[in-house]
Design a protein around this ligand. Structure first.
Ligand code: NAD
Length: 360
């Protein structure tokens, strides 16, 4: 089959890491009989330089017409680059907000995978993480406290700030379905995280998630309070498969989950909406400090491409093949500088891409 992939290399290390992900996708396509047709698009600082804005409507339209979108990273050195003298809505990162909104993406998946081979990078004790762990945090992206009404008023000479946390049942239902769909492709466990002992929005969240779970009898559902989840992530991360949660809790928990894996160059992510069209990107930024030096770790982007195959194209065995190739390369002792350890073999961005492609 032929898949149309909009590719947004972006700025900094973006073009280098995306090139390696395409290399691995092409090798996977060759082996399994698919072709990936890429359309390169500008977003971020490079789009500001070319068109005066971080994402043009025309580019957004092209992304919308693709089967899926693969993104490197956008942005430059915040202290030095002229892009940051522009008003906030004209800066590189404004392109990210515009594309997520424009593609109607409401669910974000951030996997937290501790590869056994990289356990040295994990800040947790060996007895907690031995054998590695593998779970995802699924965060609602477009509702809740960050999008509710807010105001600051003065009452009797005292300043008062008000933020509102709103969810309707449809917003909860659509992301819950994604969480259960994702769990069906994994270990069939969803842990829904809320603060139902205090918040009405959480009580509705819990009720709707329970209703959706009835459509998925094979998936085991549990509920957990967010404060407990924050503790469990460092006490016993192996217990989780899919953590489903609302926007603000997900913001915090997904960063905590990333931290327990310990290596920023390994963290992939996906943003999904009502259709199969998703946006796949590494969780890290454009790393301007190492751009153009063949030092960037391309594995987060390669693993994001594997997620694209799994969630947008339903190509399970192809996604498995990429993940297995990454594991094998790590097992053989190859490391980019960010994950380098004693006794291992240091490789650059291109060689890492070649090695993974070679193991497909
Ligand atoms: P960063 O993630 O780019 O870099 C933080 C540190 O991690 C740097 O030392 C960098 O060299 C290192 N690093 C990051 N990715 C790496 C990789 N793949 N391999 C090896 N080392 C890696 O974060 P930052 O320095 O705070 O931000 C730099 C720019 O990226 C800023 O303009 C910021 O706004 C932007 N940014 C973009 C995104 C995105 O595109 N989604 C996300 C975060 C930050």
């Amino acid at each position: 089959m032929n898949y149309k992939v909009a590719v947004i290399p972006g700025d900094g290390i973006g073009p280098e890491i995306v090139t390696e992900a395409k290399k691995v996708l092409d090798k996977t396509g060759e082996k399994y009989g698919h072709t990936f047709e890429y359309q390169e698009l500008l977003m971020g600082g490079c789009s500001i330089d070319a068109y005066g804005e971080p994402l043009t409507d025309e580019t957004l339209e092209k992304a919308r017409a693709a089967d899926s979108v693969l993104l490197g990273a956008v942005g430059g050195d915040v202290g030095k680059s002229g892009w940051y003298k522009l008003p906030p809505d004209k800066r590189p990162e404004a392109g990210l907000l515009k594309i997520r909104k424009g593609l109607g993406l409401f669910a974000n998946i951030r996997p937290a995978v501790l590869f056994d081979e990289l356990s040295g990078a994990c800040p947790l004790k060996e007895e907690i993480t031995g054998g590695g762990f593998d779970f995802v945090v699924m965060r609602e992206l477009t509702g809740g406290l960050y999008f509710g009404e807010r105001k600051t008023i003065e009452e009797d000479g005292v300043l008062k700030a008000i933020d509102t946390l709103t969810y309707d049942e449809n917003e909860i239902r659509r992301i819950a379905r994604w969480a259960f769909d994702v769990a069906m492709k994994r270990n069939k466990k969803v842990c829904s995280v809320d603060k139902a002992n205090v918040l009405d929005s959480s009580r509705l969240w819990r009720k709707v998630v329970k209703e959706v779970s009835e459509e998925y009898p094979e998936v085991e559902l549990s509920d957990m309070l967010v404060d407990n989840c924050a503790m469990q992530l460092v006490r016993d991360p192996k217990q989780f498969d899919v953590i489903l949660t609302e926007n603000m809790f997900g913001d915090i928990l997904s960063d905590e989950a990333s931290m327990v894996t310990g290596s920023i160059g390994m963290l992939s992510s996906a943003s999904l909406g009502a259709t199969k069209l998703g946006l796949y990107e590494p969780s890290h930024g454009s790393a301007p400090d190492i751009a153009g030096q063949d030092k960037a770790n391309p594995l987060a982007t390669i693993l994001s491409a594997a997620m694209m195959l799994r969630y947008s194209f339903d190509l399970e065995k192809e996604a498995d093949a990429i993940e297995a190739a990454v594991k094998q390369v790590l097992k053989e002792g190859y490391r980019t500088i960010d994950i380098m350890d004693e006794g291992k073999t240091l490789v650059g961005t291109k060689q890492m891409g070649d090695l993974v492609a070679g193991h497909i």
